[in-house]
Design a protein around this ligand. Structure first.
Ligand code: BG6
Length: 300
C-alpha cells in the first residue's frame, strides 16, 4: 500500500510516501521516501534500520549479520532501549521495547514534504512489572531524521522509574579516522574499566580500542567528523541527560554472533538517553519526551 498525495495542496513529487513491505525475516516494515531522503522502519522494535539522504552514503550502520526474528534485537540502525539500559538480573539486556512488535498508529505526509510515523508499544506481560504507562515513538523523515520518544505515566498513585536510550549506530568510513566532539569536560562511567568515573579530556575523541562509556549530565550536541566519508554527523537532543559512546572493537566483535568480525571498523554508536544516575522518575500522570535529531553535512 502506498499513501496518496491527493487532497494536499502541494506538488505530488514534493510529498513523502510510505510503503508497506515484508522486510528481512518477513518482518513487516515501512519504507518512507521524501524529496531528500529515504528511511526504513521495522514494526519489530519500532526500529529505524536506515536513513539515507540522496547522494550520500547511508547514515546508519546495519550489520550484515543482524538477526531479523521475533524476540531478537536487530543489530544496527536505532534500537529503542526501554525501560532499562544495560543488563538487569534475570532479564534481557536493554529492556523489552526493542524486541516487541510495536503498533503503527498513524503516518502523515506533511505539506512541507516531511513524513511522520507514530508507533506505540503494545501491552505486554513484561510491562506488568511497572506502573501503567504509554510509550509512543514518532519518527519524522525529511532532510534529517527526528525521533521523539514520549513516555507517559498513566498510574494515579505510583511513580514510574525508567531508563531510555535511542541507541543509534552510525556508518563511518574508518572508525580510527573519525573524531567525536562535544563531550569535553563531561564525566563518564568507563564500562570497560569496571565503571570507574572519569572526565572527558578531549574535544576530539579518537577511537583506537574498545570504547564503552556512559557520559552523564551530557545534554549537548555531539558531532562526529568523518574525513573518509567527507561528512559531519550531528546528534542534537532534548530531554536527554546521557550520551553513550560504544565500539566493540576486535575481540568483542568476534564474540558477537550477529555482528561481522570486521564491522567494528565501519561503525560508531553515539546513543542519546537517560541512563544510570540520569534515570527518570515520572510522577503519576507525568510525561517525558526524549527528542533526537540526526543530520549530516559535507565536511569542509
Ligand atoms: C551499549 C552498551 O549501549 O550497547 C554496551 O553500552 C553493549 O555495553 C552495547 O555491549 C550492545 O548491547 P547489545 O545488547 O545490543 O549487544
Amino acid at each position: 500500500m502506498t499513501t496518496s498525495a491527493s487532497g494536499l495542496n502541494a506538488k505530488p513529487e514534493a510529498l513523502g510516501r510510505v510503503t508497506f513491505l515484508d522486510g528481512q525475516g518477513e518482518l513487516p516494515m515501512l519504507e518512507v521516501s521524501t524529496a531528500w531522503s529515504t528511511a526504513a522502519i521495522y514494526l519489530h522494535g519500532a526500529h529505524v534500520t536506515q536513513f539515507k539522504k540522496k547522494d550520500e552514503p547511508p547514515l546508519l550502520f546495519l550489520s550484515q549479520c543482524s538477526r531479523f526474528a521475533e524476540g531478537r534485537p536487530i543489530r544496527g540502525g536505532i534500537p529503542v532501549i526501554f525501560p532499562w539500559f544495560g543488563p538487569r538480573e534475570g532479564l534481557a539486556q536493554h529492556g523489552f521495547a526493542r524486541v516487541k512488535a510495536w503498533d503503527l498508529k498513524e503516518f502523515a505526509p506533511a505539506p512541507d514534504g516531511s513524513v511522520s510515523v507514530r508507533f506505540r508499544l503494545p501491552e505486554c506481560p513484561e510491562a506488568a512489572a511497572f506502573p501503567a504507562f504509554t510509550a509512543d515513538y514518532i519518527v519524522t523523515v525529511n532532510q534529517s531524521l527526528t525521533l521523539q520518544f514520549v513516555i507517559t505515566n498513566q498510574s494515579r498513585d505510583a511513580e514510574f522509574i525508567f531508563e531510555n536510550c535511542l541507541h543509534s549506530y552510525f556508518e563511518v568510513g574508518d572508525v580510527t579516522a573519525i573524531s567525536i566532539g562535544g563531550l569535553k569536560g563531561v564525566n563518564y562511567f568507563d564500562t570497560i574499566a569496571s565503571f570507574v568515573e572519569k572526565t572527558e579530556a578531549s574535544d576530539a575523541l579518537r577511537i583506537a580500542s574498545e570504547v564503552d562509556r556512559i557520559y552523564l549530565n551530557a545534554t549537548g550536541t555531539v558531532e562526529i567528523r568523518d574525513p573518509r566519508l567527507g561528512r559531519k554527523i550531528l546528534v542534537e537532543k532534548q530531554g536527554s541527560a546521557s550520551t553513550v559512546v560504544w565500539n566493540p572493537w576486535i575481540a568483542k566483535a568476534r564474540q558477537m554472533p550477529d555482528f561481522g568480525d570486521e564491522e567494528y571498523e565501519r561503525m560508531i554508536c553515539v546513543e542519546s538517553g537517560n541512563v544510570a544516575s540520569n534515570t527518570i522518575t515520572l510522577p503519576p500522570g507525568g510525561s517525558s519526551t526524549l527528542t533526537v535529531k540526526l543530520s549530516s553535512e559535507t565536511l569542509k
